[in-house]
Design a protein around this ligand. Structure first.
Ligand code: HEC
Ligand code: HEC
Ligand code: HEC
Ligand code: HEC
Ligand code: HEC
Length: 315
């Protein structure tokens, strides 16, 4: 009987810890941010018109259901309202990782009055053009690749015409990441027959991003076969090396993407897929399937428990 109580307590404690962990993490991440006068003061600024209120509701609903918007989107309109910048930021990945206002805008986050806090704030009207440098302080690999893109060359040149900066695609405060299915609509804002800016880009870009899924699947398959082969005592060193190469290609994908050279991107993804497939074929034959099922460790424990309870009851 006593053993039953103890195991019950252990199970309940483990469940409690699990639940606590789920709640504590986000709370800790957000509470660190409150010691920041920029966020404190800006969170209290209110919307001036009913229209702004409506826009923010729509935008939050879109974010929650994963819908992205076109280039002239609600956030662009909303950005004209000072209050909305705080709201957009507060539900972003940046808020979670303490990328606070002054990290991009400058200013003094310890000052309590507006004038003191705003000393040294960068000029908002130039902000969009300056985002590669602004964002690249932290996103170094993305900036490195972006610098060799035609997008960057166009931004740097004095030629007329639109070119996307970091915030055109990610927005300045919500920092959303477009998914493969959203790409075609989004890129065709500029890449279409009317502007004449390479109209074949949107379709190719969607295909390119979708091929990353294939790489992920091949890696997962090679990995699980390798785990089984290892459990069967096979030598998987060669296969492990190939899998590592495939993984390192996958790790670089988000930065390589920012070169905006789709044939280069495709070549990299294919390189990863070939590595992952090699990892599969390099596993010694006959070792990558699971052995016939025996009762295993869990079965052993279960049977021991039943015997133990039976014996305790008899005493
Ligand atoms: C005590 C309140 C207060 C504090 C503290 C404060 N702000 Fe502001 N901020 C405002 C108000 C109000 C505005 C609206 C525009 C104006 O009146 O200047 C504003 C405007 C801005 C703008 C837009 C400026 C423009 O040119 O359109 C930026 C960017 C900004 N704040 C960033 C910051 C940052 C970064 C910090 C912290 C270092 C900060 N603010 C601290 C009240 C504050
Ligand atoms: C990751 C960088 C980044 C962070 C963090 C950030 N901003 Fe911004 N913010 C920008 C950029 C870039 C622009 C210019 C947007 C544009 O031109 O589209 C901007 C614009 C603004 C504006 C001006 C909007 C307008 O049109 O007048 C305000 C106000 C502002 N930010 C406030 C804040 C506040 C308050 C915070 C923190 C709660 C914050 N920002 C955090 C990058 C950032
Ligand atoms: C002070 C450092 C810093 C600056 C400046 C910064 N970021 Fe970030 N950013 C981070 C961190 C930290 C994360 C979260 C961890 C990660 O994904 O690397 C992040 C995440 C992101 C993500 C992924 C969001 C997601 O949900 O997966 C995007 C996109 C992004 N940032 C874009 C930008 C853009 C655009 C700018 C400039 C306007 C910018 N960042 C400026 C530090 C920064
Ligand atoms: C033309 C649109 C576009 C521009 C411009 C752009 N990005 Fe991205 N960015 C994307 C897309 C699409 C993805 C998702 C790529 C993927 O799924 O691998 C992404 C991914 C990211 C990520 C990784 C998110 C993750 O999940 O790991 C970061 C960080 C990021 N971008 C930062 C930047 C920075 C910094 C700049 C400017 C130097 C920039 N981006 C310019 C479209 C863009
Ligand atoms: C704000 C407008 C704009 C947006 C949005 C935009 N682009 Fe571009 N893109 C350009 C311009 C301008 C060029 C340069 C054309 C040139 O110099 O020939 C370009 C060039 C490119 C090129 C090189 C094409 C070639 O012929 O070499 C690729 C690839 C590309 N963009 C991908 C994308 C992707 C993917 C997206 C969406 C995530 C996107 N672009 C969104 C304006 C844009």
């Amino acid at each position: 009987m006593r053993w039953k109580n103890v195991s019950g307590i252990i199970i309940i404690t483990a469940l409690l810890l699990l639940v606590l962990q789920l709640f504590i993490q986000p709370v800790v991440a957000l509470s660190n941010v409150t010691n920041n006068s920029c966020a404190d003061c800006h969170s209290k600024l209110i919307f001036t018109t009913e229209e702004q209120r409506k826009f923010i509701d729509i935008r939050i609903q879109h974010l929650e259901s994963g819908i992205s918007c076109s280039i002239e989107c609600h956030e662009d309109k909303l950005n004209k309202s000072i209050a909305s910048t705080y709201v957009m930021w507060s539900i972003s990945t940046h808020a979670l990782f303490e990328v606070t206002c002054e990290k991009c805008h400058g200013g003094n986050k310890l000052a309590n009055t507006k004038n003191e806090a705003h000393v040294g704030i960068s000029n908002i009207s130039n902000a969009r053009q300056e985002t590669p440098q602004m964002c690249g302080k932290c996103h170094v690999p993305e900036l490195e690749q972006f610098k060799s893109s035609k997008h960057f060359k166009k931004l740097e040149s004095t030629e007329e015409g639109p070119a996307p900066a970091c915030v055109t695609c990610h927005q300045s405060h919500s920092v959303r990441v477009l998914t493969a299915s959203e790409i075609e609509d989004f890129c065709s804002n500029c890449h279409n027959n009317i502007t004449g800016i390479n109209p074949s880009v949107p379709q190719k870009a969607e295909a390119a991003l979708s091929s990353v899924k294939e790489l992920q699947d091949e890696i997962a398959k090679a990995r699980s076969e390798m785990i089984i082969a290892k459990a069967n005592g096979a030598n998987v060193n060669e296969s492990e090396a190939s899998l590592e190469s495939a993984r390192s290609v996958l790790k670089d994908i988000p930065s390589v993407w920012h070169r905006f050279n789709l044939s280069y991107f495709e070549t990299e993804v294919q390189k990863g897929i070939v590595n992952a497939r090699n990892a599969e074929t390099q596993i010694p034959a006959g070792t990558q399937t699971a052995p016939t099922k025996s009762p295993g460790f869990e079965g052993f424990i279960l049977i021991s428990c039943i015997i133990a309870i039976y014996l305790l009851r008899r005493h």
